[in-house]
Write a protein that binds this ligand. Structure first.
Ligand SMILES: Nc1nc2c(ncn2[C@@H]2O[C@H](COP(=O)(O)OP(=O)(O)O)[C@@H](O)[C@H]2O)c(=O)[nH]1
Ligand SMILES: [Mg+2]
Length: 361
C-alpha cells in the first residue's frame, strides 16, 4: 500500500462537443439535477475540479475540440471518453482510436474508460445489443489500426512499440473498458464508481476482502462502501445481487443526505453559543483550542436503519466525513443479531480507518 501519498489522481474527460462531459461531472460530483444540465454553457477551456473521494482526484473537463497534443499523457491515471449515442458515432470512434494509441504509447499505465452515453435514447429492449455493437466497433478499429506512418509523421517524438499487434492486443484487452451510461438514471454513478475503484489499485482488494468477511460474519446480503458526497460506491463485497440493490442504497442515501444537510449548521451554531456564553461569564473561550478535524475513531457518526418491504432492511453507518457503509440485510437477522452486527461494524470501521491512515488519507 505504498506510493499513494496525497497525490491527486488526474482524470481527463474527453469527447465531442455536447456529448455530456460537463453534465456527467456536474451531476455526479456536484449534485446537479440531470434536468438542469440542459442549461449548461459550452465549455470553452479546460476546467479542473478537485474532488476528495477515498483518494483525492483532479477531474479535468475539456471543450469538445482542443489541441490534444498539448496534453502530457504521463500526468493522467485515467481517460474517460464520452461517446454520445444520440449522435452519429462513426466520427467520434475514428477520433478515439489514434487518441488512445498516442496516449498509451506515452503512458503505458494509463486506463481508458469509454462511457457509451445518453443510453436513455436507446430502446431498452435493444440496449444490450446496441452496446455490444459499438463496443465491438471500437475494439475492431483499434485492433486493425495500421496507419502508423502518419502517426509517426505527426508525432516524431513518440516511440511506438515494434510488435504492434501484441501491443494493440494488450491495449484492447487490458486497458479499455466500456460502460453504458445516462445521467437520467443510476448508470452514470455506477460507471464513475468503477472508474474510482480501478484507481484504488491494491487497496480495493483489501477493502473488498474486509467487506466479504463482514458480510459473512454478519449475514448481510450485500454491503457497499459509499462515497456519500458523490453517491458512488468505492467498494463492495462479492455477493451477487441485482443492480437495483445499488440503486436502492443510492436513493436512500440521497434522501438521507438531503435531511442531514438541514442540520449541517448545528455544530457551528453550538460552538458559537458556547463561545458567547464563556465571553458573557468572563471565562476563557473553550472552543478556541478545539480541533475541527476530530479523530474519526473518537467521533460519533450517524447510523440508521430503514425497513424495505417484507423482510429486508437497509443499514447505514457513516465511517468518516466522506465514507459510509451501507448494507442490505434480512430484517429478522438484524433484529436477532443487532449486538453482534454493531460489534462487527466497529471492527470493520477500525480496519478501514487503518487502511486510510496507511495510504495517507
Ligand atoms: N438524454 C440525455 N441527455 C444528456 C445526457 N447527458 C447530458 N445530456 C445533455 O446533453 C447536452 C450537452 O451536455 P454537456 O454536458 O454540456 O456536453 P459537453 O459539451 O460534452 O460538456 C445537455 O443538454 C445535457 O442535458 C444523458 O445521459 N441523456
Ligand atoms: Mg462541457
Amino acid at each position: 500500500m505504498s506510493g499513494y501519498g496525497n497525490e491527486r489522481r488526474k482524470v481527463l474527460v474527453l469527447g465531442a462537443k455536447k456529448s455530456g462531459k460537463t453534465s456527467s461531472l456536474k451531476a455526479v460530483f456536484e449534485g446537479m439535477t440531470p434536468k438542469d444540465t440542459i442549461w449548461l454553457e459550452t465549455t470553452q477551456q479546460i476546467v479542473k475540479t478537485d474532488f476528495d473521494s477515498i483518494l483525492p482526484l483532479e477531474l479535468w473537463d475539456t471543450p469538445g475540440s482542443f489541441d490534444l497534443d498539448s496534453i502530457t499523457w504521463e500526468e493522467f491515471s485515467t481517460v474517460v471518453y464520452m461517446l454520445d449515442v444520440s449522435q452519429d458515432t462513426h466520427h467520434p470512434i475514428s477520433k478515439i482510436v489514434p487518441t488512445f494509441i498516442l496516449a498509451y504509447a506515452q503512458n503505458p499505465s494509463i486506463n481508458f474508460e469509454v462511457f457509451i452515453h445518453k443510453a436513455d435514447h436507446w430502446d431498452a429492449d435493444w440496449q444490450d445489443e446496441d452496446f455490444r455493437e459499438i463496443t465491438g466497433r471500437v475494439m475492431d478499429e483499434i485492433a486493425d489500426f495500421s496507419d502508423w506512418a502518419s502517426l509517426a509523421d505527426t508525432h516524431p517524438n513518440v516511440r511506438f512499440n515494434v510488435d504492434a499487434d501484441a501491443w494493440l492486443e494488450t491495449l484492447t484487452t487490458e486497458k479499455i473498458r466500456f460502460w453504458l451510461t445516462s445521467i437520467h438514471n443510476y448508470t452514470i454513478y455506477e460507471a464513475w464508481s468503477k472508474v474510482i475503484q480501478r484507481l484504488m489499485e491494491d487497496i480495493y482488494g483489501t477493502i473488498e476482502g474486509l467487506l466479504n468477511t463482514f458480510g459473512q460474519q454478519s449475514s448481510m446480503h450485500k454491503s457497499f462502501l459509499f462515497d456519500i458526497n458523490a453517491k458512488l460506491y468505492v467498494a463492495m463485497d462479492i455477493n451477487s445481487v441485482e443492480s437495483s440493490t445499488f440503486q436502492l442504497c443510492s436513493d436512500y442515501l440521497g434522501r438521507m443526505m438531503v435531511f442531514q444537510s438541514l442540520f449541517d449548521n448545528v455544530p457551528e451554531a453550538r460552538k458559537q453559543a458556547r463561545s458567547e456564553k464563556a465571553k458573557r461569564e468572563g471565562k476563557r473561550d473553550p472552543t478556541q483550542d478545539e480541533d475541527d478535524d476530530e479523530d474519526p475513531e473518537e467521533r460519533e457518526w450517524p447510523a440508521n436503519v430503514a425497513r424495505l418491504g417484507e423482510n429486508t432492511s437497509i443499514c447505514y453507518w457513516q465511517f468518516t466525513k466522506r465514507l459510509a457503509l451501507m448494507s442490505v440485510v434480512s430484517s429478522d437477522v438484524l433484529n436477532q443479531q443487532q449486538g453482534m452486527i454493531e460489534f462487527n461494524v466497529a471492527l470493520l470501521r477500525k480496519a478501514i480507518l487503518q487502511i486510510l491512515e496507511a495510504i495517507g488519507q
